[in-house]
Ligand binder design. Structure first.
Ligand SMILES: C[S@@+](CC[C@H](N)C(=O)[O-])C[C@H]1O[C@@H](n2cnc3c(N)ncnc32)[C@H](O)[C@@H]1O
Length: 272
């Protein structure tokens, strides 16, 4: 469907990715009678996992929140009539969540989006104000200091070099320096612990797992608008994603690998 081009959906359907999110939802122990917020829900992949866990639970409500209208449109289509759980979607920036959600929640699930927010202190204050006392924040990310095993640096270098070359040779284009997205400082697990404690949270579960990030996963992430804007600023999506995908294929073939190991950080914390 044309309007869904360059959305997150094709990547979020990769098994290794949805399994990672399902593990986090299980760590959060979502259950009966809860109000659960799926923060930065995107195209609804995680919302679907939460709703499936609540299948037989009574009186539970899931609220998906994202700032992207087009992602939410796709999430509504995804969830439509496919679940017996009550699911609502709200368009909002996650920095404004305490204004956007009227009743306090039992659990906030935040999958692979905390790294988007430069001011994490304000975000944590907002999440604190949105949760009931004793409520849980569960988040995961693969953009933290320690996500890339040392031996995988070669792959990322090759990928970007080959993608940039393909962009130049095939389309006569270069990424624009002016539109370059400011590289965000990545936090260590220890930084996250301090951040959470500063904002009245106590970590009850923490886990780092190594995931097999497949070639199909890299090909799909190459079609996601936010990723394209970060890696090939100012380049039309169609050309940027073709060049990024060519880079993935060439790097995988040259390195003769099937997947690249990547670390994922999972944290569940309780609001004191
Ligand atoms: C990598 S996707 C993850 C989507 C979903 N959680 C999943 O795992 O399938 C990140 C999402 O964060 C959303 N996002 C980024 N910045 C945001 C903000 N400031 N407020 C609300 N949503 C935001 C994007 O629109 C995108 O849908």
């Amino acid at each position: 469907m044309a309007s869904h081009n360059y959305s997150f959906k094709s990547f979020s359907d990769n098994d290794f990715y949805s399994e990672q999110n399902a593990d986090l939802v299980d760590m959060a122990e979502v259950g009966s009678g809860q109000r659960i917020i799926d923060l930065a829900c995107g195209t609804g992949g995680v919302t679907k996992i939460i709703a499936a866990r609540l299948k037989d639970a009574k009186d539970s409500v899931v609220i998906g929140i994202d700032h992207s209208a087009s992602a939410l449109k796709q999430a509504v289509e995804e969830l439509n009539d496919k679940t017996s759980t009550v699911v609502e979607f709200v368009q909002s920036r996650m920095e404004d969540i305490s204004d956007s959600v009227k009743e306090r929640a039992d659990t906030v699930i935040l999958c692979n989006a905390i790294h988007y927010i430069p001011d994490k202190d304000s975000l944590l204050t907002e999440i604190f104000n949105t949760l009931k006392p004793g409520g849980k924040l569960a988040f995961n990310t693969t953009f933290f200091e320690g996500a890339h095993p040392q031996e995988t640096q070669t792959y990322y270098r090759k990928w970007m070099l080959k993608a940039t070359r393909a962009l130049r040779n095939d389309f006569g284009l270069r990424p624009s320096k002016e539109n370059k997205v400011q590289a965000r400082k990545q936090l260590t697990p220890e930084d996250y612990k301090e951040l959470l404690e500063r904002h009245g949270f106590k970590i009850i579960k923490q886990n780092i797992s190594t995931v097999k990030f497949t070639r199909a996963g890299f090909l799909d992430i190459s079609t996601f608008s936010d990723f394209i804007e970060g890696t090939m600023p100012g380049v039309p999506f169609e050309k940027a994603s073709a060049a990024l995908q060519k880079g993935v294929n060439q790097a995988f073939e040259e390195m003769k690998v099937e997947w690249i190991p990547r670390n994922w950080l999972d944290i569940v914390a309780v609001r004191i």
